[in-house]
Design a protein around this ligand. Structure first.
Ligand SMILES: Cc1ncc(COP(=O)(O)O)c(C=O)c1O
Length: 490
């Protein structure tokens, strides 16, 4: 595996590939203001998830343009974006029609709150409920965290209004270790990644965690040995028993909801065994607990189905969306509840039963119009099917990595893929952070961006993350896989 000191830094490389550019915007000037910008950046901008101290030697890359699967920095260096920004640019960068829709909508109606109504909001809500295929209601907000906060408030109020015990009866939430559900205090409380919580605790009371369906580490036999179905079934049963016992020990009547991602994304790309989601659904039904699916990453084609849960035929009571809903072109999120939940909020005006919750920028006309057009692109270009096809291909190409002694597992569904690095296959000890970072830096030096589960579980930030835009071609998938192969075998 490549050592961190061997990594060449990019800077003087020429643009490597033409890529699918149809909208360069004539932005070809050498940037005379680059130095000023770098000084302003250092002087005023606080970057996410980043230690600023090394910036004096190595400032952050300033990205100027994005087209298709590619982004270009202010030095003119073009990168293949293997993580779709932050897992969100599903239809790829630079889509003229999304910009046109936003432009036209802003001129026509720039803002209107959803205490009233507007056409793109109505049409998008209708589209989402049609895609889900069951009667439901959509509440808009602006981010994945906010969509999950909204889900938590709906779940508590729903129980307060339907349970004989009244308010406060069911207030607890159960999530899984390694899961990420957002950065706000409630969503972070549901997040079960110690490094994301460090120095922000104590968080919101009432959030509990159980183990994730992490077959590679905890089932018997290697996770990719799909023939060992009995070990997998026993493992699934043990996870379901743990959930059931947790509910029993806590008192089912105190638990409002279970929140899970169908496929854990930021926590290390963890695909559940068959039967797991069905089992969780069955336990929730039996105990009167609501089931929330966080599809902030899984949704809108990422896993090779329109929604991640569709792989297992299990529907949630509440579902949350963001990211791929607009492919990152607009800040928009949605919390969708099944009709009977919505109906628990119906009563006479003045009864206090309505959902007393509002998001100023949730569901603006332009954001909802862009989301509709984004879904139209996903459907017109068959990008969900493409994610399934390209995901199978890329997974197959990445499985070549398993011949390396430090590649423990290669897994995923659709274009949500992970590569787990270990010191050796027998012990499965996670590879150290510097060695994992060196693989990423090697790829970056080849102008290929891949991700990693940074700042999640102490000692377990060893999963490489690959989730390119759904428009990726076979040639681009080959480049991605070959670059990673070179990085690992360097
Ligand atoms: C599964 C999941 N849920 C929620 C969130 C929070 O979304 P946001 O950053 O838009 O608040 C994320 C963000 O990465 C996520 O991956």
């Amino acid at each position: 595996m490549v050592a961190s000191s061997d990594v060449k830094q990019p800077g003087s490389e020429k643009i490597a590939s033409e890529g699918p550019r149809d909208n360069q915007g004539g932005d070809q000037e050498t940037d005379l203001a680059t130095t000023d910008l770098a000084a302003m950046d250092a002087g005023s901008l606080w970057h996410a998830m980043t230690q600023h101290q090394p910036f004096s030697q190595k400032p952050p890359k300033c990205i100027k343009r994005g087209v298709g699967c590619y982004v270009t920095d202010d030095k003119g260096v073009e990168y293949f974006d293997g993580v779709s920004g932050l897992w969100c640019v599903n239809v790829g960068y630079g889509r003229q029609e999304l910009a046109d829709v936003a432009y036209a909508q802003m001129l026509n109606l720039s803002y209107s709150p959803l205490t009233m109504s507007h056409e793109p909001g109505i049409r998008l809500a209708h589209k989402l409920t049609s895609l889900l295929g069951y009667e439901s209601k959509v509440f808009f907000s602006t981010s994945g965290s906010e969509a999950n906060e909204t889900a938590f408030k709906i779940a508590r109020q729903y129980h307060a209004q339907t349970s004989p015990a009244g308010a406060g009866a069911r207030y607890k939430f159960i999530s899984r270790y390694r899961g990420y559900h957002g950065n706000t205090m409630g969503a972070l409380s549901a997040t079960a990644q110690a490094e994301r919580k460090l120095k922000y605790e104590p968080l919101v009371p009432g959030f509990l965690h159980v183990h994730p369906p992490y077959a590679y580490r905890f089932a018997h036999g290697p996770a990719h040995d799909l023939t060992d179905k009995s070990a997998e079934a026993a493992y699934t049963a043990s996870l379901l028993q743990e959930l059931e016992m947790t509910i029993q020990y806590e008192g089912a009547a105190s638990v409002a909801a279970v929140i899970i991602e169908p496929i854990i994304s930021g926590g290390g790309v963890i695909v559940p065994p068959d039967g797991y989601l069905q089992g969780v659904r069955e336990i929730c039904d039996r105990t009167g607990i609501l089931l929330i699916f966080d599809e902030v990453v899984n949704g809108f084609g990422r896993t090779g189905k329109m929604f991640g849960h569709q792989h297992w035929g299990v529907t949630p009571d509440i579902i949350t969306f963001a990211k791929g809903l607009t492919s990152g072109y607009m800040p928009l999120a949605a919390t969708v509840v099944k009709q009977p939940i919505f109906e628990a909020f119906l009563d006479e005006p003045g009864s206090g039963s309505h959902f007393r919750h509002i998001s100023t920028y949730g569901g603006t006309p332009a954001a909802t119009a862009v989301a509709l057009q984004n879904i139209e692109i996903l459907e017109r270009e068959h990008l969900v099917e493409r994610a399934a096809e390209m995901g199978d291909y890329l997974l197959h190409r990445l499985q070549r990595l398993l011949t390396h002694p430090q590649v423990g597992d290669v897994r995923g569904k659709g274009l949500l893929l992970g590569v787990e690095l270990v010191t050796d296959k027998a012990s499965k000890t996670p590879l150290d952070g510097a060695s994992v970072a060196a693989v990423i830096q090697f790829c970056m030096a080849q102008q290929v961006i891949i991700g990693r589960n940074t700042n999640t579980i102490p000692g377990f930030t060893n999963v490489l993350i690959i989730c390119p835009p759904l428009v990726i071609t076979y040639e681009e998938a080959d480049r991605l896989a070959d670059t990673l192969y070179q990085a690992v075998f360097a």
